[in-house]
Design a protein around this ligand. Structure first.
Ligand SMILES: NC(=O)c1ccc[n+]([C@@H]2O[C@H](COP(=O)([O-])OP(=O)(O)OC[C@H]3O[C@@H](n4cnc5c(N)ncnc54)[C@H](O)[C@@H]3O)[C@@H](O)[C@H]2O)c1
Ligand SMILES: [Zn+2]
Length: 320
């Protein structure tokens, strides 16, 4: 856990934990948690506690904690069981589902990691009561992404969802749909080799480039904020792309408006040239080309589309 989830989430869980449970609080909070230093500290603590291969690691936190702990668990003693308890919206609908674990390295997002399915995931929406609004909105970006890339997706009422509103039924329904969509995609292409899981990267080539730039320059950008902005650029690139005739200008702009209403734009963004430099280092790219997921209409993502610098430049120009 981190200091926030220790304060806000651990008390509700405490009564359910077996005797002998040991607690580890990470020194950092937020994206800095996903570092080699934190992984090292976690391995060190597991060693110190004498955790053996029958041990169970339970990340209690947002996506940074589930990514870090999942990675540490999958590598410690060649793999110790990990049961995630996500506490942010983003971790509930996305980060804790699908078995991608990892840390950032050399200033690049998720550079080191594993594909390791958690032993289990428990989702308790009640934890969202204490989630700050900015984090809630960041999570909504990934939720909207799921609704855009899958035939079962539904955007109705997304902007009305609230973390501590009275309508738990609507929220639970939306969370379940998001989890089901992500699980369905992951089941069909667990290790991202068939081009299907790549659909989940919609908005992420640009979004990760923005995050890597933010890490390098010390800017404060949440993952979901970067992805929401990345999706807007991908949508504009789709609208201008010959392979996406089904995405009309009207629906493209409607989705962009929804994204802008729900997730605030980052206060600063780099130039197209700077973004491009980071996009060239994306894991999904081969030999100096940039690949992006585009959207040929709602529920019709297209993966592995090679894009040119000019397409990025025009999309950014159209958005600003
Ligand atoms: N593995 C995957 O498939 C996957 C998918 C999507 C995103 N991610 C990763 O997830 C990370 C982002 O996750 P995040 O947005 O959850 O960030 P986070 O873990 O930093 O959590 C956001 C903030 O909310 C606090 N918090 C969490 N739960 C809380 C609660 N219930 N009450 C009060 N405060 C709470 C945290 O302490 C933190 O300050 C990124 O690093 C991203 O790359 C991974
Ligand atoms: Zn993401």
């Amino acid at each position: 856990m981190d200091r926030n989830t220790e304060k806000h989430c651990l008390p509700a869980l405490n009564a359910h934990l077996p005797p002998g449970t040991q607690f580890l609080q990470m020194a950092g909070v937020g994206e800095q948690v996903k570092s080699l230093e934190h992984a090292h500290a976690l391995w060190d603590s597991l060693d110190g506690l004498g955790v053996d291969r029958r041990g169970l690691i339970v990340p209690l936190g947002g996506g940074t904690i589930t990514d870090l702990a999942g990675f540490a668990a999958s590598t410690y003693l060649r793999g110790v069981a990990c049961w995630s308890i996500p506490t942010s919206l983003l971790a509930m609908v996305d980060a804790s589902i699908g078995g991608k674990t990892g840390i950032n390295f050399q200033g690049l997002k998720n550079r080191i990691g594993t594909f390791t399915m958690p032993t289990g995931v428990s989702i308790h929406p009640g934890f969202l009561n204490t989630l700050p609004e900015r984090e809630w909105r960041s999570g909504l970006a990934e939720h909207i992404k799921h609704m855009l890339i899958h035939a079962d997706g539904c955007l109705d009422g997304v902007e009305l969802l609230e973390p501590n509103g009275t309508d738990w039924t609507e929220l639970a329904k939306s969370l379940s749909l998001s989890v089901r969509i992500k699980s369905d995609i992951v089941k069909r292409d667990t290790t991202e080799t068939l081009g299907i899981r790549e659909h989940l990267n919609f908005g992420h080539t640009v979004g990760h480039a923005l995050e890597s730039w933010a890490l390098e320059t010390g800017q404060d950008v949440r993952h979901g904020e970067a992805i929401a902005w990345g999706m807007q650029i991908s949508l504009k690139m789709s609208e201008l792309h010959a392979d996406c005739p089904n995405l009309g200008a009207g629906s493209c702009d409607e989705i962009i408006d929804l994204l802008r209403k729900v997730v605030p734009l980052p206060s600063q963004v780099p130039s197209a040239e700077v973004l491009w430099k980071f996009m060239l280092t994306d894991k999904k790219n081969q030999s100096g080309t940039v690949h992006e997921v585009l959207l040929n209409g709602i529920g019709q993502p297209l993966s592995g589309i090679e894009i040119e610098f000019g397409a990025l430049e025009s999309a950014i120009a159209e958005l600003t």
